[in-house]
Design a protein around this ligand. Structure first.
Ligand code: NDP
Length: 485
């Protein structure tokens, strides 16, 4: 913490602000950091700083911005081990998964640094002689970035980097439980030479800080990732204000993995276990429904249980751990609550379903066993609602058409996977599932930063994509210029 408060940039946190504690979800005795609960007024102050910084930043040359991004990549890469450790202590995921986030952030920085010095518009032939028509892309202004805790580094990075790269300034509200790793990203940017006020971090309650970011008329665009419920709330609030502001909403998922009759059952089990229990099931891309042909059910279920028994649960900092704790008490209670719901609605609990306690490693953390429910039907809540934890629903089907209907039967539409050796079946599946991303013989988790990403239906407002070259579209507007000569 600097003398000026935790904020880097021009905003100084008033001395009388309350601070709240961040604790390690694997061992709540361990204090990770303290952060101030900022107010609505503080948030307004940072928006004004960002607005002011926009005047100069938007006029910098792309090549100058690219230089800062390359430098930030170098800084983060040189600190990769420390950052991964900090991320694990704050969010709970394994060290390998944290390292994956750090490296993805480095890749995103280099990708957008390269991209913004490429073409950013086009030349269109005119119907008149002696006329050139060209389009250019301009930054929007101040971008409000609101992010969840489950990918606390790389997910904000895939919003913030293209925003800043294209000449916008940012006010970022990280999830309240993961601000420590957020601050490290901000620090790396400033150490790389980012001018004051271009990236501003605001921590504090969603009801004050989040609400101000959503409703402040000086904000030119809002990019949000989080739950469907919050996404709806934000959409409604902005609508009620009757103002024109860009909103990007990336929301939850209820992703299915389908094993086809023509697929490799062992591969399906391996990828499903990794996608359901890796990241403790706390990934928007996690597999939470596993669809198995009726006549392969018994064989596949026993393979699934045997493979799940091998998942090592523990403190993410320990070597060899596959699955860490849930990220917070709230998450822990929510997941245990859904396990009760599953039991009560008649699904058959075939593995897990318990918190893990006992010994130094487990007594102070939010650990839950990887959990499998069998005989789940599409009408059950555990088949429809996002649990966001290590709970897998096994369902059966008879034909591929029926499997596709089940995949499409929830209000979400983020990712769907199929395991098959039949190319026609894979193509039919890809064409008919209502999702933003399809995976064939691949885990549902795992996205590449150069590929556009985003959900449909209740998984996103589906106007702009994130990541890839497409991310630039949200953060810029097109201007057409006619030049006669
Ligand atoms: P929330 O919707 O609870 O919160 C997300 C962010 O929004 C947090 O920073 C939160 O602040 C803030 N927030 C909450 N309420 C408001 C409000 N009314 N106005 C403005 N800001 C608000 O989601 P979680 O953090 O629990 O994240 C998990 C969810 O994110 C899951 O549904 C998951 O599927 C989804 N997700 C989607 C992804 C995608 O790409 N589609 C990727 C990753 C996650 P605070 O922390 O202070 O409450």
């Amino acid at each position: 913490m600097s003398e000026r408060g935790v904020y880097i940039g021009r905003y100084v946190v008033p001395k009388d602000r309350e601070y709240y504690e961040i604790r390690n979800p694997a061992d709540t005795r361990q204090l990770v950091a303290k952060f101030p609960k900022l107010t609505r007024e503080d948030t307004r102050g940072t928006i004004a700083i960002a607005k002011d910084a926009f005047l100069k930043w938007s006029k910098t040359l792309p090549v100058e911005r690219a230089k800062i991004l390359y430098k930030a990549a170098e800084i983060i890469e040189s600190r990769a081990n420390d950052l991964a450790k900090l991320l694990t202590m704050e969010e709970g995921k394994t060290l390998a998964d944290s390292m994956f986030e750090v490296i993805r952030t480095v890749n995103l920085l280099r990708f957008y640094a390269g991209l913004i010095v490429k073409d950013m518009g086009k030349v269109i032939p005119s119907q008149d002689r002696n006329t050139i028509i060209l389009t250019t892309r301009e930054p929007l202004g101040v971008i409000a970035v609101i992010t969840p805790w489950n990918f606390p580094l790389s997910l904000p990075a895939w919003k913030i980097i293209p925003a800043i790269a294209t000449g916008n300034t940012v006010v970022w509200k990280p999830a309240s439980i993961t601000p420590t790793i957020a601050l490290e990203l901000v620090k790396a940017f400033y150490e790389a030479g980012l001018p004051e006020g271009v990236l501003n971090l605001v921590t504090g309650p969603a009801s004050e800080v989040g609400d101000e970011l959503v409703t402040n008329r000086e904000v030119d665009a809002i990019t949000f990732t989080g739950s469907l419920q919050t996404g709806r709330e934000i959409n409604e609030k902005v609508g009620r204000q009757n103002r024109f502001v860009r909103i990007q909403l990336e929301l939850g998922g209820k992703n299915a993995m389908v094993l086809s009759k023509n697929g490799d059952a062992n591969l399906a089990v391996e990828l499903t276990v990794r996608s359901a229990f890796g990241l403790t099931g706390q990934a928007c891309t996690a597999t939470s429904r596993f669809l198995v042909p009726e006549d392969m059910h018994d064989e596949v279920l026993s393979k699934l249980i045997e493979r799940t028994k091998k998942v090592v649960v523990g403190n993410g900092l320990r070597q060899g751990v596959d699955m860490g704790p849930l990220a917070s008490r709230e998450q822990y209670e929510k997941v245990l609550g859904y396990i009760e719901i599953g039991k009560n609605e008649g699904a058959k609990l075939v593995y897990g379903g318990q918190p893990i306690k006992g010994g130094e490693e487990f007594d102070y953390g939010y650990f839950v066993m990887p959990t499998i429910f069998d005989q789940v039907t599409p009408d059950m809540r555990i088949a429809k609602e996002e649990i966001f934890g290590p709970v897998l629903a096994v369902m059966t089907y008879r034909t591929l058409d029926e499997a596709i209907d089940i995949v499409n039967s929830t209000e979400y539409g983020l990712i769907a996977g199929i395991i098959t050796r039949d190319i026609s079946e894979a193509a039919k599946f890809a064409e008919n599932v209502k999702v933003g991303v399809v995976k064939v013989n691949k885990p549902t988790i795992g996205l590449e930063p150069w590929v556009p990403y985003g959900g449909v239906k209740g998984s996103g407002n589906d106007i702009y994509k994130e990541m890839g070259e497409e991310a630039i579209e949200f953060f810029t507007r097109i201007k057409a210029t006619y030049i006669g000569y």
